[in-house]
Each structure stands twice: as structure tokens, then as C-alpha cells.
Ligand binder design. Sequence first.
Ligand SMILES: Cc1ncc(COP(=O)(O)O)c(C=O)c1O
Length: 388
Amino acid sequence: MNSEQFTKRYYIDRRKNDSVKWQRGIKMNCLPMWIADMDFKPEERVIDALKTFIEKGDYGYVNLPKDYYQVFTDFHERRHKIRYEQEWIRFTKGAIDAMYQIIYSLTEENDGILIAAPAYPPFYSTVKESGRKLFVTDMIDNDGYFTFDYKDIEKKFSKGKTRMFMLCSPHNPLGRVFKKGELEELFELCRKYDVLVCADEVHADIVLPDQEFLPALSFEKYRRNIVSISAVAKTFSLAVFSHCHVIIPNASLRRKFIAYQRHTHTGSVNVANALSTYYCFKYGDEWLDALNNVIDENYAYFRKELSPYLKMTSLEGTYLLFVDLGPYAEGSTAFETLIKECQILANAGESFAPGYETWARINLATSMANIRKAVRSLKKFIKEKQAV
Ligand SMILES: Cc1ncc(COP(=O)(O)O)c(C=O)c1O
């Protein structure tokens, strides 16, 4: 299935729906390219299977499908060459919920937690709201290709107050799919300073064709120090069926996590939501490969047309492109400029870290027609600015 066929089959006109992304866009008279969800529906067999479940009308207490774990592990083995054991897996209702539960169960009040900025805003808020101390290391910007500052990370770890590192891999908003050596160096530092790694891997499946996502838990040497957050809500755009896995191979950490879930009654699974994930695991591969090509082509087009004028991240994974409007955002922020001058609603750069006011995060998970529209209005604006 090529990208045109995929778009024809799966693009949804969400203007008529209660889509958060589109309703806000319409209200602001903008093309919505903010918030991380897609304008595509899942593969037909997923929708049919969900319909069958709904039509049965049995909405009492039901079990997960017997082969849920098998289907889960097969998917990860197929796509990421990793085999998770059933007993490592716990459920939460979403990734942010998972972050809170991991922080509350595996760290203590006033423990330090390090995040790498710019970062997805809940990385800041989960740490702060849970009464932990927030430490921040800035990623190094190599002309749009961001890398960890290991010296700074080690400096922060060596003060001895950091208990956890919140890793976002692949990285939102920087679009990085980290290489083996980069993760090894990070995990080695975490091991050296006895810092746990919480790896948010919800963007794991959106990787551009020449990239390979490496799950944190595939680094066996460091496994005992790592918990990961794994979901396909981003992969298949299932936000409405929020369902997430926390994977904890270390038995002693897992016991703490389970004790927390028992204490707070948060460990039970929403089966209807889990079913949508289950059907995507079963039927989603071809759809997902085609989607990754769509993102790749959207990115390639955006980059070809606009990189002569704008700095942007080198997208390796996620469908979220971080773009620097630089001088074109003069006197305003990129977020405001895009709304006012280009009728594009993006996410504000400064919401990911202070100092990124001229940046904005643009969601590319839409039709090529929408990408072209955005590129046209950006180019028009840039040309007008240049003419002044
Ligand atoms: C890195 C990352 N983690 C977590 C989430 C939120 O996930 P959930 O809706 O499952 O809480 C997002 C959403 O954009 C995200 O990008």
C-alpha cells in the first residue's frame, strides 16, 4: 500500500467529530498541527473486531483475551526484537498515569529526578506535582540533531541526589531515535550513580524507514535498573481507548510498583480499552509500515521545501517536528506567529523548555494535502518577510 492509497483509505475528516485537535483549530481558524494524535483511523479489521465486541452487548465484567500477553510479546518481538515476560507487565490507563505511578512507587518525596530538555511538558509536571525535586539537563543542539550532554548528566548525578532519569525514547519533541552507543553511555552513568531509568517509549513504533528503535530493556546489562512505559496509543491513534503497559523485569522494583497499585486501586485493566490495543497488535503491521512511509514522505517534503529558510530537527522517529522560526518570529513567539501569519496551530516551543520561544512543534501525522497547505502558507509568509 503506497502513501496515497493509505491516505485514501484511512484519512478521516475530523472536522465533523469532537476531535480536540480539530475543534480548537477550527475555533482559531487554523490548520491544526498541534497535540500528538493523527488524522488516520486504524485498519478495518481493528474497527470490525471492536464493532463485534460492542454488538455483543455484554458490558459486564469480562476477562482479557486469553492470548493477550502472547499477542503483546509477539508484536514486540516482531517489531523490536525483544521478548518481554508476562510477569514483568503491569497496566495503567495511560502513559502519564504510568509516570506518576512509577515516580510514587519507586522514588521518595524530595528525591531528585533528572529530565533532558526540551521535554514533553508532563515530564516537568509529574515530577513537580509528586513532590520530587526536578533537575534538568539540556540536550546539545548540533544544528537540529540533539544529543545528550553526558558531562552535565554526570555532574548532576555526582551530587548524589538524583534517584531517577526520565528518558523519552524516541524523543518528543526532538524526534531522535537514540543509537546503541548513546543509550549505553547514558545507562552506564545511571548504573554508576545508582539512578533508575524510567523509559517512556510510547513513540517506539513511529520510526522512519532507515531507523531502528532500541527498547531500553533490550540492554540486558542494565535491565535491573530500568522500567519502561510501552503503549500503542500513539502508534495507532487510540487516545480515546487509553491503555498502557509498565514493564518491570526487576522483581524488587516490581513488588514496590504492585504494592503501590494495590494500595491505590490503580492496577485493574479496562478491558474494552485493552481490546483496541490487542486488535492493533494482531492486525496492525501492514497499516503501521504504510503509516511510517506517510510520515517519512511528509517530513521529506516539509524539509525539502522549508529547510533553506528554517532550522528544524532531523526527524528519526515520532511524527513531531520541532521547527525554529528564528528571525521570522521576531517580536513574537513562533506559536503566535504561526497562528497569526500562517493560520497554523502548533505547540509552543517554550512549553518544552524556556528559551525555545522561536520554536514550535508541528505534527506531521496528516494527509500530504494538509502538509502542502501548511508549507504553502509558511513559504508565503517567509517570502513576504524577506521582501520587507
Ligand atoms: C512522550 C509522551 N508520553 C506520554 C504521552 C501521553 O500519553 P497518554 O495520553 O497515554 O497519557 C505523550 C502524548 O503525547 C507523549 O508524547
